[in-house]
Structures are given as C-alpha cells and as structure tokens.
Design a protein around this ligand. Structure first.
Ligand code: SF4
Length: 241
C-alpha cells in the first residue's frame, strides 16, 4: 500500500469545488426538466419489465451491460444522455458503489469522471488500486435532473439492475461511497457519519461504508476517516487473496 501521507498530500492539493460532483450547473441543467420527463411516452411503462424478465437468462456482465444500456424503466432515462453502467474489472474483488452520474459522467457515459472522480482515482492510486483492478458503479444509472438526489422510487426501480450487476461481478467486498449507497446496500436508516468505517456482511459479501469523495472536497476533516476505511478494505482484500 502507498505511503499514507502521500494520500493526504494528494487530497490537500485539490482546490476544486465539489459542486460539480453530481453535475455541472453550467452544463444546461434547468429546474423544470422533470416536467418534460413526465410527458414521456407510455412505451416506458410497456417496456418497464422486459429487462427484469430477461435477467434470469443473462450470465455475463457484457450481456447485462447491453441490456441495461437500453433501460427505460424510469423517467430518469429521458432526462439523461444515456445509461452509465459502470466500469472496471468484470471479475473485481472490490466494487465501489456511488450515488449516480453527474453531468460529466452523463456526457462521457463513465462513472466518477468529474472532480470527485479525480479524487477517487487518487485514493485508489494511493491504495495501489486502479479502475482496472476494481469495479466502479452507482446506485442510479441515469443522471437525475439538476443533479438532485434520486428519489426512493427511482432507487427501488434501478436497484435490480445493480443487484444483478453485483451478482455477475461477484466481488468479495463492496465499498459504499456515501449515504445513498449505504442506505441502499446496507439499511435504509444508515447514518453515514456515525456508522461508516464498520464492516457489514450481506449475501456473503463484506460491505464497507465510507464518505463519498465529494464529501471530502466539501469537508477536509473527512479525508483521514476515508483513508482509514480504505486501508481496512485493502487489508481485508489482501487477507482474502
Ligand atoms: S435510472 Fe436505472 S431504472 Fe431508471 S432508466 Fe436509468 S438504468 Fe433504467
């Protein structure tokens, strides 16, 4: 593992503002987009369950990705350029799960490529991990309008896609990046500030909840706890390996 203070040097060197992490207000987000989405075709609903009907037949991540990229199970798809499936090692032992795509992620179709994503890359690098070693995804695969927090209904609608994705990758360790991921994967009333940094076990996988990289950009005091959490992840991964 890399030297701890290298990470802090990296983290402290970042002067960028976190406001762009789930999107860029200058990229065209406008209040009211949702109203247009609500007028979306009824085809959305007619096709709503096709993906889940086919899920049982899918045995590879690539096949699942192809199916997910055509998903229209909820209105979010109509306010986004596309589905951001996630990326990384299809057989990763460690999978990071964030909240949802922002403007940059939506534009490029890749997870964590904005300011917070740059920080995540630095954290991975300091832990001698990389996007090629781990898998990075989100609870929600389409960008919410104006970068709002996804609703409970949207999370519930998208969750089966993530669940199948996790089953296919089959990681030993899940890392929840932020409150939304922890509430989705651990328990609905999860309190990220109080309960992060502790292992949870679910469906045979170990789950480590920690702060979202964006939270570190807003509050530098969260950098050390995140590093401690990541060290635990690396240690367990080494033990498992
Ligand atoms: S957010 Fe999820 S459920 Fe909704 S359209 Fe996108 S991929 Fe499908």
């Amino acid at each position: 593992m890399g030297e701890q203070f290298d990470l802090f040097k990296y983290l402290n060197s970042s002067k960028k503002d976190v406001d762009t992490y789930r999107g860029d207000k200058s990229a065209g987000d406008k209040p009211g987009e949702l109203q247009d989405i609500e007028e979306a075709s009824t085809e959305i609903y007619l096709e709503k369950d096709i993906i889940l009907q086919k899920a049982g037949e899918i045995n590879s991540l690539e096949e699942w990705k192809k199916l997910c990229l055509g998903c229209q199970r909820c209105e979010l798809r109509h306010g986004a350029k596309g589905v951001v499936f996630g990326e990384g090692n299809p057989e990763a032992e460690i999978m990071f799960v964030g909240e949802g795509p922002g403007a940059r992620e939506d534009e490029l179709g890749r997870p964590f490529v904005g300011t917070a994503g740059e920080l995540l890359d630095r954290i991975l690098s300091s832990a001698e991990l990389s996007r090629e070693i781990v898998f990075i995804g989100n609870v929600i695969k389409c960008r919410p309008p104006s970068n709002r927090t996804p609703s409970k209904e949207e999370i519930e609608t998208c969750y089966p896609l993530l669940e199948k994705q996790i089953q296919l990758i089959n990681p030993a360790i899940l890392v929840c990046l932020g409150s939304v991921a922890a509430k989705t994967l651990i328990k609905p009333n999860f309190a990220i500030t109080k309960e992060r940094g502790t292992w949870y076990k679910k469906d045979g996988r170990m789950i480590m909840p920690t702060f979202h990289p964006a939270a570190l950009l807003r509050d530098p005091t969260k950098k050390r706890p995140v590093w401690e959490d990541i060290k635990q992840v690396v240690k367990l991964n080494e033990e498992i390996s």
